[in-house]
Design a protein around this ligand. Structure first.
Ligand SMILES: [Zn+2]
Length: 217
């Protein structure tokens, strides 16, 4: 097993993975690679954007220091990752872009503004599929969780999913892999996996015993 470090923001509704900017003739073509962590269907996002030149000085986007724009993205399902495209005018070649999701509009008509981050650093033990000791556990976990990398755990400040993400206690579904908390905590813990493996071995022994008996008879 390898010790891994994770970082989650308990206040984040989306996660901007990266932005890809192409500049041509004072136009900026922006691709925003983004994940829905809210657990709800998103209909639109209002962004704010500040751009800086090679000297670190602020440059104007659509004539503004802070450019605010909205993109409709329905239906942006929970745990999905999409790329949003936005084209705007910009006064110079941007070297750095600060992009924030300021407000999320959900498909049910409600909206939520960005909150101050509530970051949590946590650790977990990742199973190594190439390690003889871990392999059996890894395979057993993968039977139930297609993105499993570790055992699930109930913790004081949340629940560790088998995909390695720490979720809040009130999260019913992991926004990273879409597995439900109930299934994760009943099937994906170390104890549950061990129990399941033992049950399978017992059943196999039983079957072999049965066949053996049959042949003899
Ligand atoms: Zn997960």
């Amino acid at each position: 097993m390898i010790k891994r470090e994770g970082l989650v923001d308990y206040h984040a509704r989306v996660r901007i993975n990266h932005t890809d900017a192409k500049y041509q003739n004072e136009k900026l073509n922006l691709d925003i690679d983004i994940n829905n962590l809210s657990g709800r269907q998103i209909a639109g996002i209002r962004f704010s954007m500040r751009s800086y030149d090679v000297f670190g000085d602020l440059i104007l986007t659509e004539g503004e220091e802070t450019h605010v724009f909205s993109i409709r993205c329905a239906p942006f399902e929970p745990a999905m990752r999409i790329v949003l495209n936005y084209v705007c005018s910009i006064s110079n070649i941007p070297m750095k872009i600060d992009l924030q999701a300021e407000e999320i509009h959900f498909s049910d008509g409600t909206a939520e503004e960005r909150e101050r981050p509530h970051k949590k650093l946590y650790y977990y033990q990742e199973l190594e599929p190439d390690n003889a000791k871990d392999q059996e556990y890894y395979m057993a976990l993968r039977k139930f969780f297609h993105r499993a990398v570790c055992f699930a755990e109930k913790r004081n400040d949340g629940w560790l999913c088998t995909c390695g993400r720490l979720n809040r206690n009130r999260d019913e579904v992991c926004p990273e892999c879409l597995e439900g908390r109930k299934k994760v905590l009943t099937t994906g813990t170390r104890e549950a996996v061990k129990k399941q493996m033992k049950a399978e071995k017992d059943e196999l022994l039983h079957k072999r015993g049965g066949r053996f008996f049959f042949h003899r008879g």
